[in-house]
Design a protein around this ligand. Structure first.
Ligand SMILES: NC(=O)C1=CN([C@@H]2O[C@H](COP(=O)(O)OP(=O)(O)OC[C@H]3O[C@@H](n4cnc5c(N)ncnc54)[C@H](OP(=O)(O)O)[C@@H]3O)[C@@H](O)[C@H]2O)C=CC1
Ligand SMILES: O=C(O)CCC(=O)C(=O)O
Ligand SMILES: [Mg+2]
Length: 737
């Protein structure tokens, strides 16, 4: 059913660079859509918005905002959903704390984030804040599986205008290091829930004395759900990390840790904390009590630790002495002294590993010097992808962007499939004992002996999403005829259960010969071989590889994942159009604030807009949406053909210029189409005015660059200030109206 009061299209309000871009682009979209009687509304899923919506009782009447994420979560389950979803912050604790502080300074009486909740009231506040932490938006909105690929025009453009690629030497010492035992990969068990086993399960901790603590109750497991459990032994992890640091030292490379602390929000910050402790082991041994007293939590990173101990000369001296003998450290920002271990949200494996690989296996050390790096990825479930890619490029040299084919992705993610660690079924064992899943019928499904501190996680993938994912793979294979590979490891418990779904479904569709099933390492080698030969491949993967591969391949093939088409066909009939496959690019905000240049590329938004309008045309038989959508596609092509994407450097055209060009090409396409004369007549003068005022508009846009910009807030910008920064051309604004 279509809710006639709801806007035709929802455009999400997010954070950081994409939100800055929206301040310029959205008014253009709304103006063009209005001419076709199409409404484009917004819903606030920003970190600041989600914080405010969580604590209404702390706010004044007019400070309160609606819980837009919850509303959107309901909308995406309806056939009428048509949502353009921009990337939002998945906050680490330091980011969450910074956002709370900013909002407090703006007059919102929010409670502090309780670092060490003692009272019940504090525990409640902490739990409410923790629900906002990490990847808290995507799993709610993704009521469908994902279809991510580069649009043909975008791929053609990249081949004709290859981006720079680092050179790969066969002698490169860059490598991936992973645990050999005791990791999630080693300990995984998995089963598919039968009718007799379905119902509300429990996760329990059984202590050595037999006492039972219920970690999670009422965990609904439906028949056909694949449910797994596994754990990482922290004893094995600590030994591995300590060896990896020594090994890096003997190799003479840089130490770098690659995790996904935002999506795997429970497990990975803990692993990150172990790495901080391993790196600073002698400091923790000597000054454990002082560090405790200073409130140091290694999971928050070295940045927070240094902040807390900077006035303690003895500790600082110990850290300095240690740094002198440690191997070089891979830096996030050498100029600013931001190390790999500073903040858990700074090194996000899906973006960080492709960056190393694209650079020819290079990272940057504290002195800003390029060098080979030991890429430490403790768990082996997916580390093999990067290991194999590195081996491949060492043997074959860097990918030739001008001739390489493309790897598209069909990703299983609907209904929180494979949401490892980003859901309330991941636990740090409080003591030695057993963690087990007890089913509704009393049967124990999985059980692990754990030691204190071990990281135990359970996760599910439901039947309907799995079947839908296989259907989507069949569709994409049929439409493209491309090589199609299910990236599943028959030796891994979870994947083995998935294979039990995949094989019969392919047989039933008469398509078994069109698909291969390969473990991630073999699939990586095969796909790289295929694209090196100029052909295309479809990677059909679970949720984590969906995330990793849709940065890895686009960053190699297109130079960025920002230009990806990212379609989520919602299972109940609606459409969710994600913009690009990358993140909210904090670096870009910094550049805007310092020199008023925004290098964010809105190609992802342009592609998503075209798809969303075309979907509206189909779903609601809206002819004008089709005209608008086709014209938006022509405008996107215009941006590519004429090189109108933003430049990275101040003083050159930026994001705002690209929006001017998008509006102009869009208006021109509308003015010259013949399907809808009303729209053609309306846009002819707009197109003319935009063309005639080109010099004036571009000089008005150029004039503001080179000075600091003030948007009134990092997490919660002031709308008027933001509009002033992002819409500085009064000539353009007048034409847009
Ligand atoms: N769908 C979502 O909601 C997603 C959210 N995130 C969140 O985003 C935040 C930052 O994540 P991070 O991993 O650093 O990833 P980002 O994608 O934000 O940053 C990595 C780099 O990618 C490039 N980049 C990304 N998007 C664009 C764009 N549109 N135009 C030009 N360049 C772009 C930039 O590189 P350069 O400037 O060097 O070219 C950028 O510095 C985190 O909070 C993370 O959780 C991350 C991924 C997806
Ligand atoms: O939800 C997140 O935190 C990140 C999602 C992401 O990186 C992706 O979907 O590609
Ligand atoms: Mg990603």
């Amino acid at each position: 059913m279509v809710d006639t009061n709801s806007p035709d299209i929802i455009y999400t309000k997010v954070d950081e660079a994409p939100e800055l871009a929206s301040a310029s682009l959205l008014p253009i979209i709304q103006r063009f859509a209005a001419s076709a009687d199409i409404t484009v509304g917004t819903k606030d899923i920003s970190l600041a918005g989600r914080i405010l919506a969580t604590f209404p009782e702390n706010l004044t009447e007019d400070q309160r905002i609606s819980d837009d994420l919850a509303e959107l979560g309901n909308l995406v389950k309806t056939p009428g959903a048509n949502v353009i979803k921009l990337p939002n912050i998945s906050a680490s604790v330091p980011q969450l704390v910074a956002a709370i502080e900013e909002l407090q300074s703006q007059g919102y009486a929010l409670p502090d984030y309780p670092e060490d909740p003692a009272t019940d009231a504090e525990k409640t506040i902490r739990a409410r804040y923790d629900s906002i932490k990490g990847s808290a938006v995507n799993p709610v909105l993704r009521e469908g599986n994902s279809d991510r690929r580069s649009a043909r025009a975008v791929k053609n453009y990249a081949q004709k205008n290859p981006h720079s690629m680092g050179k790969w030497e066969s002698t490169s010492k860059t490598k991936v290091s992973s645990m050999s035992d005791g990791d999630f990969y080693a300990n995984e068990v998995s089963a598919t829930i039968t009718d007799a086993q379905a119902g509300n399960a429990k996760i329990e901790f059984v202590a050595k004395d037999g006492s039972i603590t219920v970690l999670k109750d009422g965990w609904a497991l439906e028949p056909g759900t694949i449910a797994d459990a596994t754990f990482m032994s922290v004893k094995a992890l600590d030994a591995f990390l300590s060896d990896a640091i020594q090994d890096t030292k003997s190799d003479g490379t840089m130490f770098s840790l690659h995790l996904k602390a935002t999506m795997m929000k429970v497990s990975d910050p803990i692993i990150f904390g172990h790495a901080v402790k391993a790196w600073l082991a002698p400091v923790f041994e000597k000054f454990g009590a002082e560090l405790d007293a200073a409130g140091v939590n290694p999971n928050s990173g070295m940045g927070d630790l240094l902040e807390r101990v900077r006035d303690n000369a003895a500790i600082m001296a110990e850290i300095d002495a240690l740094t002198a003998v440690r191997p070089a450290m891979y830096m996030v920002d050498s100029d600013k002294g931001i190390t790999n271990l500073h903040v858990p949200s700074d090194v996000i494996i899906d973006a960080s590993m492709p960056a190393v690989i694209r650079a020819g296996g290079k990272g940057w050390d504290a002195a800003g010097k390029k060098g080979d790096t030991n890429c430490v990825i403790p768990d082996r479930c997916y580390a093999t992808v990067y290991d194999e890619a590195i081996n491949f490029f060492k043997a074959n040299g860097a990918l030739d962007v001008a001739t390489a084919g493309s790897v598209a992705n069909v990703g299983l993610m609907a209904q929180k499939a494979e949401e490892y660690g980003s859901h309330p079924t991941t636990f740090e064992a409080a003591a030695d004992g057993v963690i087990r899943i007890v089913l509704a019928n009393g049967e124990t499904l999985h059980s692990h002996n754990v030691n204190a501190g071990d990281i135990w996680r359970a996760c599910t993938a439901k039947k309907a999403p799995i079947e839908n994912w296989i259907e989507l793979a069949l569709d994409r294979q049929r439409l493209t005829g491309s090589e199609s590979i299910f990236w599943l490891d028959a030796n891994r418990a979870h994947d083995a259960e998935l294979i039990k779904y995949v094989k019969p479904a392919l047989q039933a569709a008469g398509a078994a010969d069109k698909f291969q099933i390969m473990a991630p390492r073999e699939a990586t080698a095969q796909s790289l071989k295929t694209i090196t030969a100029g052909k295309d491949s479809i990677a059909i993967t679970g949720n984590v590889l969906r995330d990793y591969l849709t940065d890895l391949f686009p960053i190699l093939e297109l130079g960025t994942s920002a230009k990806m088409l990212s379609i989520v066909k919602l299972m109940n009939g609606g459409g969710l159009f994600e913009t690009g496959a990358g993140g909210s690019a904090p670096k870009h905000v910094q550049q805007l604030m310092e020199e008023n240049h925004l290098r964010w590329d809105s190609m992802g938004e342009f592609c998503a807009l075209g798809e969303s309008l075309n979907f509206l045309a189909e779903a609601r038989k809206n002819a004008r949406a089709r005209v608008l959508g086709q014209a938006a596609e022509a405008a996107t092509q215009g941006i590519l053909d004429n090189n109108r994407s933003p430049s990275r450097k101040v003083g050159e055209p930026d994001n705002r210029d690209s929006h001017y060009w998008f509006a102009r090409y869009w208006a021109e396409a509308l003015a010259t189409q013949t399907e809808d004369t009303g729209l053609a007549q309306e846009f002819a003068p707009v197109a003319k005015a935009l063309a005639e005022n080109e010099a004036k508009i571009t000089s008005e846009l150029a004039a503001v660059q080179g000075h600091p910009a003030d948007t009134g807030g990092y997490y919660n910008a002031d709308a008027a200030k933001l509009a002033a920064v992002m819409r500085p051309s009064s000539t353009l604004n007048d034409i847009i109206g």
